[in-house]
Design a protein around this ligand. Sequence first.
Ligand code: ADP
Length: 570
Amino acid sequence: MRLTIKHFLCYCLIVAITSPLLALLVNRQIRVHYLTVLQKNLKAEAEAIKDRLLPSLRSEDSREIDSIVDALGKRMEIRITVIGIGGWVLGDSRADPEKMENHADRPEIIQALQSGAGKSIRFSATMGEDMLYVAIPVEEDGRCSWVIRTSLSLREVNILLRSLNSRILYITIIITIFALVLALFSSRSLTRPISRMIKVTQDIARGNFGSRLHLEGGDELAQLSIALNRMAQDLGRLFSEIEMEREKVHTILTSIREGLVVLDSDKKILLANENFNELCGLTENPVGKYFWEALRNVEFNRLIEAVIDKEEPRTREIEVAGKIFIANSAPLPDGGVVVVIHDVTRIKQVEKIKADFVANVSHELRTPLTAIKGFVETLEREIPSKQRRFLAIIKRHTDRLINIVADLLLLARLERHREMLEIEEVDLAQLVSDISVMYNERIKRKGLELKISIPRDLVVKADPFLLQQLLINLLDNALKYTEEGEITIVASPADGGVIIKVADTGIGIPEEHLPRIFERFYTVDKARSRKLGGTGLGLSIVKHIVQLHRGKIEVESSLAEGTTFIITLP
Ligand code: ADP
C-alpha cells in the first residue's frame, strides 16, 4: 500500500474516533449546563412564588391558593404545585388538586423537607411525561409547613437539545471534512518528497550520479535531500576514480607480455589477462570458472594448491599446451593466489639445441680422442726413450681432453634425462666404503688420512650411479686440493632426509670465488687445476646431481684451513 494512502487512512481513523466522541461530550456538557440553569431559574421562581403565596397559605384557603397558582403558572409558563403537611396537594397549575394523589413520597419533596431544597428529573404520573422538578420548603414559626414545587416539561428541553445536537452534528461533519482534506494534503506533502527521493536513489543505483533532489524549507526532509545530493556527488566521484583505476589496471594487464591470473580462495578465476588465455590456449573467457575447470593441467593445479596450503610464494616450470612456462605464484591476503606465467619455450629450445650440440660434439670427439690415446701408447713402445717426452705431453693433454669430454657428456646426460633417474635405496656406508677403496692408494701416497663416519643402516633414496659420481667428484677435489691433514666424510639422518658432509684440511677457496665455483669451467686457479687434471666441470656435475634429487648443496671454506661441502638430500 502506498505511503500516502497509509498515512491518510491513519488520519481517517483518528478523525472517525475523535469526532463522534467530541460531539457526544459537547452534547452532554450542554445538557448538564442547560439543566443546571433551568434548575436555578425554577428555584428563583419558586422563591418568588413563595412570597406571593404566603398570606393565602396562612389563611389556608385552598381555592385561592389554586387560583393564584394557576395564574402564576400560566404567566411563568411553568407548572406550579403547592403541597401541604402530610403530602396533600393544595394547588396545581396544570391539574386538579382534588384528583391528585399524595405527594409525600416524591423524591424532590423529601429532599426539600430534609435539606431545604430538592430536585429531580423523572416521569410525572399526573402529566404523563418526563419533568424537571425543583422544590423549596415554606416555613412558618420555625417549622416546615408547606412545600412549593416548580417544574418544567423536559419535552421542550429535549426539543431544544435536539436542535442543538443537529447543529453540533453539522459542525462536526464540517470539521471532519476539513480535517480529512487537511490530512490528505498533509499526507501528500509528506510523501511527495519521499517519492522524489526514491526516484533519485533509483537513479543513483542505476549509475546516474548526476541526479539531484531539491527540497525547499529547512525541515528534516530538506536536510535529508542535501545529504542525499552530497552522497550522490561523492559516489559519482568515487566511481569515476574506481573506473580510472580499473582502466589503468586493465591497460597494465593487457600491455604486459606475461600471462596473469588471479584466483580466490576457492580457486575460482577472478581475473585473467588476454595473454594468459592466449599462452594457455584458452578459447573462452575463464573468469568465473574454477581454475581446474578452465585449465586441466595437473602441475599447474598442484602449484596453486601448494601456494594456498603453505601461504608462501612458489616458482615452478610448467608445461601447458606444448609450451614451457616459468610460473611465479604468490598468495594474496584474502586467501587467493596470483600467478604470473612467463613463456620460456624459446629459451628452453635454444638451451636444448646447445646441450644437444655439446653432447653431439663430445660424443664425436670421444672416438678420435680414444684413438689418439691408443696410438700414442703404441708409439711410446716404438719410439726411443729420448723422444718419449713429447709423447708424454700429448698423452697428458689427450687425457685431459678425454676427461672434459666425459664430464661434458655426463652433464649433457644429466640435463637431458631428468626423468630417467633410477631411484633406489642406497646403503650409504657401503657406497662410501667402495669409493674409498679406489682412492686408498692415492691418499696413502699423499700422506693424508681418510676418516669416514656413517651409521651402518643409513639408507638414502637416490640414483646409485649418480650418487657415486657426486661423492667421487667431491672426494677427488678434496684430494686434489689438500696437501696435508685429513679428509672426512660424515653422514647423518636429518628431517626425513640425509646430510652428507665432505670436509678437507686443504688450501680452501677464497670467499669471493665461493658463489661461482659451481659454474661450468669455473676454476679458482686455472694453472693449478689444469696441472692436477681438473676440468672445471666437477662441481657443476655435483650441483646438477643434487638438484635432480631435489636436494641442496652448500659450501663453507676458509683459506689454508679447509673446505666443507654440505649436501642435504630429501
Ligand atoms: P676442477 O676440475 O678444476 O676441480 P671443479 O668444478 O671440481 O673443477 O671445482 C671448481 C673449482 O673449485 C676448482 O678449480 C677449485 O679451485 C675449487 N675447489 C673445488 N673443490 C675444492 C676443495 N676441496 N678445496 C679447495 N678448492 C676447491
